[in-house]
Design a protein around this ligand. Sequence first.
Ligand SMILES: Cc1cc2nc3c(=O)[nH]c(=O)nc-3n(C[C@H](O)[C@H](O)[C@H](O)COP(=O)(O)OP(=O)(O)OC[C@H]3O[C@@H](n4cnc5c(N)ncnc54)[C@H](O)[C@@H]3O)c2cc1C
Length: 325
Amino acid sequence: MPNIKGSILITIAGLGSSGAYLLRRLSQDGFGVTGYDPKPDSYYIPCGYALKFQELAKILANVGMEADRYVLSMGKEITIGGESTGDFRFNLTGLCTVDKNLLEKDLVSGLRRERRKAPSSSDMLIDATGVSRYYLGPARDDFAMYAREVVTVRSTHQDFYMSYFPSGKGYYWEFPIGDRFHVGVGTSDPEYFRMLPAERERVVGRKIRLKPLLDQAARGNVIGIGEAIGTVSPITGEGIIPSMKSAEILYQCLRNHGEIERVVENYLCRIREEFSRYPRLFELLQRFRSGRKGIGNIRFAREAIHDLRGFGIDFRLWKVASSLI
Ligand SMILES: Cc1cc2nc3c(=O)[nH]c(=O)nc-3n(C[C@H](O)[C@H](O)[C@H](O)COP(=O)(O)OP(=O)(O)OC[C@H]3O[C@@H](n4cnc5c(N)ncnc54)[C@H](O)[C@@H]3O)c2cc1C
């Protein structure tokens, strides 16, 4: 099947999890591609580092890498709580934390990249700049929450913990990372930052996009992947694996089509299919935010269960049904 490998130069702007993965995938297959990112190697990326191990293993196998090297803590159980609901415990089926900085460093190692912003002139520019959407530009009806996270030696729980704030105002997490913890808050109300422990070695923050922007994922010769197009779960904030998956989908489209227009068309279609649950989960989040609790929310259960299990949580609806409605 014809593809555009030999005929165009591809620029990837942003070497976070999605851009770094795509740079390796395309380079290994002989595409003409260069990655750009101005961030210094020592930059500490604000992220909980949690993902499902098996998903990482599957995606890294595509580029001949092994996931074991990156695991910091493998979880056994997660407690999910809420101010009015109490705590629920679930077994974990692969939820772990990984050294994301090392992963991204390894992904780009030895490849063609420059430590600066990407030039805008290119046959095809991949916008992997995360929440900024630097090249795609601002989105209609965007929605992001403030997120702040600390690295600390002490936390209230030893295994994974998450709790939800009332009225969909965000969430709090404690994730073990080896002999430390990531404790963070993602919220629309910065008052909640007071929950963060005072004893901390580091504090970092940025916004996190929770709105899927699957219908605003390309503009001209600019194609977005990852958080730039909202591949982040609106109910858990999980974005690492979904962003790498969007990069893999774009890679396959580039491999399988001979014209940029067909690449874009096919990519947008497959992205909408892969992340079809996100618009529904965003609707659920908005319902909580506007105080709409009730039996109507049960219709979102299928997507919510799929999402939580995909994150490595053996979620059981019967345990929490009363708090959803
Ligand atoms: C506090 C916090 C906690 C989180 N916790 C988790 C978690 O536990 N698990 C999980 O799965 N997800 C989590 N997420 C979400 C996850 O980190 C992101 O969704 C995911 O990493 C997005 O990857 P990305 O490659 O799309 O973007 P990013 O990782 O944000 O990478 C974007 C890159 O673009 C670069 N860049 C910006 N502008 C330019 C430019 N003009 N030119 C070139 N480069 C540019 C930046 O330097 C950056 O390296 C969390 C997010 C936050 C904020």
